[in-house]
Design a protein around this ligand. Sequence first.
Ligand SMILES: Nc1nc2c(c(=O)[nH]1)N[C@H]1C(S)=C(S)[C@@H](COP(=O)(O)OP(=O)(O)OC[C@H]3O[C@@H](n4cnc5c(=O)[nH]c(N)nc54)[C@H](O)[C@@H]3O)O[C@H]1N2
Ligand SMILES: Nc1nc2c(c(=O)[nH]1)N[C@H]1C(S)=C(S)[C@@H](COP(=O)(O)OP(=O)(O)OC[C@H]3O[C@@H](n4cnc5c(=O)[nH]c(N)nc54)[C@H](O)[C@@H]3O)O[C@H]1N2
Ligand SMILES: [Mo]
Length: 703
Amino acid sequence: MVREAPRSILPDGVHTGACPFDCPDTCNWQVTVKEGRAVLLGGVRENPYTRGALCVKVSKYLEYTQHPDRVLYPLARVGKKGEGRFERISWDDALSRISEAFQEAIAEHGPESIWPHQLTGQFGHIQGVYSAGHRLFNRMGASRNAITNCSVSGELASAYTVGPGRSLEPALVRHAKTILLWGANTISTNQHLRPFLEDARRAGAKIIAIDPLYTRTAEFADQHIPLVPGTDAALALGIIREIVVRGVHDRNFIETWTSGWELFQKQLDAYDMESVADLTGVPTTVIQSLVTDIVDRKPTAIRMSQGMQRHAGGGMAVRTIMCIPAVTGDWALLGGGAAYDIGGYFGPNYEKLCGAHLRRDDSARTLTVTHLGVNLRDLKDPPVKCLYIWGGNPLASAPETELIRSGLLRPDLFTVVSDHFITETAKYADLFLPATMQTEQEDLHNGYGHLNLIWNNKICEAPGECLPNTEIFRRLAGAMGYSEPELFASDEQLARDALDSTHPSCEGITLESLKSSPFVRQNYPESPHTLLGFTTPSGKFEFDAPSMAAEGLPTTACYTPPLEVADPELRGKFPFAVISPAAHYFLNSVFGNFAPNVSRQGEPIVAISSGEADRCSLAGGDLVRVYNDRGSFVARLTIDERLAAGIAACPKGQWRGLDGTFRNVNATVSSRASDMGGGAVYNDNRVAIEKYEPNQSAWEEQA
Ligand SMILES: Nc1nc2c(c(=O)[nH]1)N[C@H]1C(S)=C(S)[C@@H](COP(=O)(O)OP(=O)(O)OC[C@H]3O[C@@H](n4cnc5c(=O)[nH]c(N)nc54)[C@H](O)[C@@H]3O)O[C@H]1N2
Ligand SMILES: Nc1nc2c(c(=O)[nH]1)N[C@H]1C(S)=C(S)[C@@H](COP(=O)(O)OP(=O)(O)OC[C@H]3O[C@@H](n4cnc5c(=O)[nH]c(N)nc54)[C@H](O)[C@@H]3O)O[C@H]1N2
Ligand SMILES: [Mo]
C-alpha cells in the first residue's frame, strides 16, 4: 500500500519536528531527507525525554502520510448523509458554499447557531487545539467549544488543588523511592516515562500500579493493586487517615504550605480500614502495606493519568489523591508530589494567539463536545445549524454514538468535516476539507508530560490540494468577507504572537531560538515542588479551595462515588462495569484504518474473567453483543483471568464492530457529565454481554 517516499521541500539531511498527537510524550522526531525524499522517521536522540525512540503507533508515520485512502481534494456530498458518496470540487467552490451556509445561519439564527467543533486530533499551538480556527470563530461570534472528552475534570481538580496545569514534572519520578502509577497505563500511553521509572527502580524505588485492569503497566510494576473503578478517592482518604493514625503526617508542612487542613481532616474518621476495603475492594492488609511504603520509602511520586478521572467523581479523585503528598510533606522533597497534567507550566499569550479581542459579544454560549448528540437534538435559541468538525471523529470517540448519528442526519444541519480520511463522522458531512499532516505543516508544541518546547518544521510537500488547518481558516475568513489583518496572520506570525508573553516560561524564547535547535526546555529548574510554588489563589496547597463554591462543588477534597459502577439496581440488569482503556497500537481512533497498526492491535475485543464467562454461558472466542439501554456493539470475547468479577475491558478507538457496523464501546457510553468541567465518564459505564449469532463476521469477510 506504500507509495513512493514523500517529496521533501528541504535539502538532504536531517530535519526535526514534533509528533502532533494528544499524548503526554509529544515526541521530538526527525526526518531524514535523501535525494529529495523523506525516507526515514525516528526520535531525536539528544532530547532527554524522547531519547531517540518513537512509539509503536507513530513510528510508521511517513507511510501513514502515504495511505492510499487519504483524501487529497475538497469533496461535496452527492449521496445521502452517512452514505459516504462524494464528488471532487475546487477549494473556491467549497469555501464559497461554506461561507454562504454560515452567512445564512447568521442572518436567520445568529452566529451562535454555528458550532466550531474542534477535537483533540492535533495538539499544536498553531495547527491544533490551542488556537487553530479560534481567531475566525471569535470574529464570527460563533458558539464556544469546550473539549470535555479527555482530561478536563482532572485539570480543574489539579488547578483547584495545586494551580492550573502545575502538578509534579513526571520526569522527577526518577528521584522517588515509592512510585504509584495510579490510573495511568504508562507503558502504553506515556511510554517515554519508562526510562525514568527504570532509573528510579535501579536506585531502589518500588513501583506500584493502582488500576482495576491488569495492564502492561501493571505487569511492569513491582505490585499491582486492583480496585473497584471510581473509588480512588476513598482509597486515598483511607491512606491519609492511616498516616494520621500512625502519627507520621508532616505537621510542619501542613502548617506552612497548605490551607484547609482543619476542614479536610474532619471527614477522615469515616475512612477506617474496613470501610475503605468495603468500598474499594482493596484488602486492609494491602492498604496497610501501601501506607508503609509511602511513609517509609520517601519520597513518593504519584503519576496519575486521564483514565481514572472519567467517572462521576473523577475530578475529586484527582484532587484527593494529590492530598497524600501534602499530608506526608513529600511535595517539599525532590521527586515527591503528584503528577497529572503539566501543560500549565507553559504560558504563551493565548489572548493574542486566539484573537480574544475579535469577539464582540462576550456572552456567547459554550457547547461541550461530549454532548454533541444531545445538543444537535435539543438546542433551541438558537439550534445548531452549522457544524464545523476538525481534528475529531466523534462517531468513534464521543459518547452515545446513535444519538450523535441521529443528530448528524438532521436534514437542516449543514456539516463540514476537515480530516485526512473519510472517517465514519466524515460520511455525514456536506463538505469535506482535506488537511495536511504533521510533516507537511509548521507548528509549535509543548508537552503535557514534559517541559520541552519543539518547533515542528514543514519537511514535505503537501499531497494533492491538502491545506494546513490555519490556511483553511485564513481562506474561509476571506470568503466570509472579513478584513481584520489578524485573521490572515501567517503561521510564523501566529507563533510569534504566542511567544509574545511576559510569562517566565517564555523568557528568552523566540521563534528563532526554537528553530535553531530540535527543542528548548522551558525555564524551570529541577527542584522540589515547593520551590516552584503552588499557583492557587492562596499560594498554598488547598485541601479546601473556596473558589470551588462558585461552581457549586464541595470545596474540601473528598470522595464522590461513581454513578453506574455503584448502582445496585443497574448492576442487576447490566452486570459488567466496563472500562475502555487506550489501545496500545492506536491513538484514539487514529491508525484504526492503518494496516500495520490494525494487524498488531487485532480485532475489537471485550475481556472478562473465565468465571464471569461461565456464569454468562460464554466462552473465549465467542462473538458477543455488548449492550445497555443506550446501544450495543459486537466484539470478540477474550478471557483475562486477571480481571475481577464484574469488570470488563474494551480498548477504545476501533472503527468498526465485528458485525461490520461502525459501532464501538461508545455506543454504550453515557454523555452524562462528571463532577468537574462537564468531563466525560467513559469508565463509569455498565453493560451486559450476550452471545451474538451472525451469519458471518463482517470483519473476516473484509480481512
Ligand atoms: N497507545 C495509546 N496511547 C495513548 C492514547 C491511545 O489511544 N493509545 N491516547 C492518548 C490520550 S488522548 C490520552 S488522554 C492519554 C490517556 O492515558 P491514560 O490515562 O494512561 O490511558 P487510559 O487507558 O485511558 O487510562 C489509564 C488507566 O486508567 C485505568 N482506570 C480506569 N478507571 C479507573 C479508576 O476508576 N481508577 C483507577 N485507579 N484506574 C482506572 C484504566 O484501566 C487504564 O489502565 O493517552 C494518550 N496515549
Ligand atoms: N470509550 C472511550 N472513548 C474515548 C476515550 C476513552 O477513554 N474511552 N478517550 C477520549 C479521549 S482521551 C480523547 S482525547 C478523545 C479523542 O477524540 P477525537 O479528538 O475525536 O479523536 P480521534 O477519534 O482520534 O479523531 C481525531 C481525528 O483528527 C484527525 N486529525 C488529526 N490531525 C488533524 C489535523 O491537523 N487537521 C484535521 N483537520 N484533522 C486532523 C484524525 O485523522 C482523526 O480522524 O476520545 C475520547 N474517547
Ligand atoms: Mo485524550
